[in-house]
Design a protein around this ligand. Structure first.
Ligand code: ADP
Ligand code: MG
Length: 266
């Protein structure tokens, strides 16, 4: 049965979608069977992996409302990773779910049909703490919190952790916080390190290393329909995501371990 990871932060632009696509592609490179789930009505993950959300007839929306089983909607992307795609219809799904009993469990129940076919499921949550993100957290074994290391960027972390604690108490006692993933990191400034040290002490969260450096290569990837692993094969950013994938897969960090040593202090 698959290990299910949600990638969540209610702040937009912190590299949730980029992290899901890149870790997913890296796990696929390692020979793991991977399903990505786009839970964001903006469908950026779906688009960035080469699908045209407006042209899709079936999406995660139909699955969450119980109209279709997940297996029918899953499609294979150019990276070789499977995807449960989203469309803008997902925005309306939120309102429909709210009137339903057991609304927090819609994704968990839907995934039960397909989890045996995968080693890992990665869920790309939307930039909110609404019913879709709660569905992602309720379906997950672990949550990863991408964090852009700039002033006050951690202010939403407490709120996200409150939601995680609610989910642990009410809908998913097995949910664990894997840690904070530093993204858009600028190693040249002491400031990013200070933010991470603060997050570690203030919230008691693990900081996952290596941090993902800010790089123009990432901004280019979504337009190509492939993840950064395909467009920037051996770049530092792609290799950093490969290290995370190896650790998630239970393997030694690998040849890029040198980056870890130069990563975050403490
Ligand atoms: P989110 O899903 O949290 O809203 P995205 O993954 O869509 O965030 O990333 C937001 C923007 O930042 C995108 O344009 C993406 O290409 C860019 N980006 C992500 N990671 C990096 C990085 N390491 N360096 C530079 N740009 C990045
Ligand atoms: Mg996103």
């Amino acid at each position: 049965m698959a290990h299910i990871l949600a990638v969540a932060n209610q702040k937009g632009g912190v590299a949730k979608t980029t992290s899901v696509a890149s870790i997913g592609a890296a796990l696929t490179e390692l020979g793991r069977r991977v399903l990505l789930v786009d839970l964001d009505p903006q469908a950026c993950l779906t688009f960035s992996l080469g699908l045209e959300p407006d042209a899709l007839e079936l999406s995660v929306h139909d699955v969450l409302l119980g109209r279709l089983s997940a297996g029918i909607v899953v499609t294979t992307t150019g990276d070789g990773t499977d995807l449960l795609p989203a469309t803008i219809e997902l925005a309306g799904c939120e309102a429909v779910l709210l009137s339903r009993t057991g609304r927090e469990h819609a994704l968990r129940l839907a995934l039960a049909d397909v989890v045996d076919a995968y080693d890992f499921v990665l869920i790309d949550c939307p930039p909110s703490l609404g019913v879709l993100t709660i569905n992602g957290l309720t379906a997950a074994d672990e949550v990863i919190v991408p964090l852009q290391c700039e002033t006050l960027s951690h202010r939403g972390v407490g709120q996200l952790l409150d939601t995680v604690h609610d989910v642990q108490r009410l809908t998913n006692p097995r949910l664990a916080v894997r840690g904070v993933l530093p993204t858009l990191f600028d190693a040249r400034t002491a400031h990013g390190r200070a933010v991470l040290a603060d997050v570690r002490v203030r919230y008691g969260l693990a900081v996952l290393t290596p941090p993902i450096a800010r790089s123009v290569r990432f901004a280019e990837a979504p337009g190509t329909g492939r993840s950064i692993l395909a467009t920037a094969g051996r770049s530092k950013g792609a290799d950093a995501y490969r290290v995370h994938a190896r650790v998630i897969a239970g393997m030694p960090p690998g040849e890029t371990a040198g980056e870890m040593a130069g990563g975050v202090p403490g």
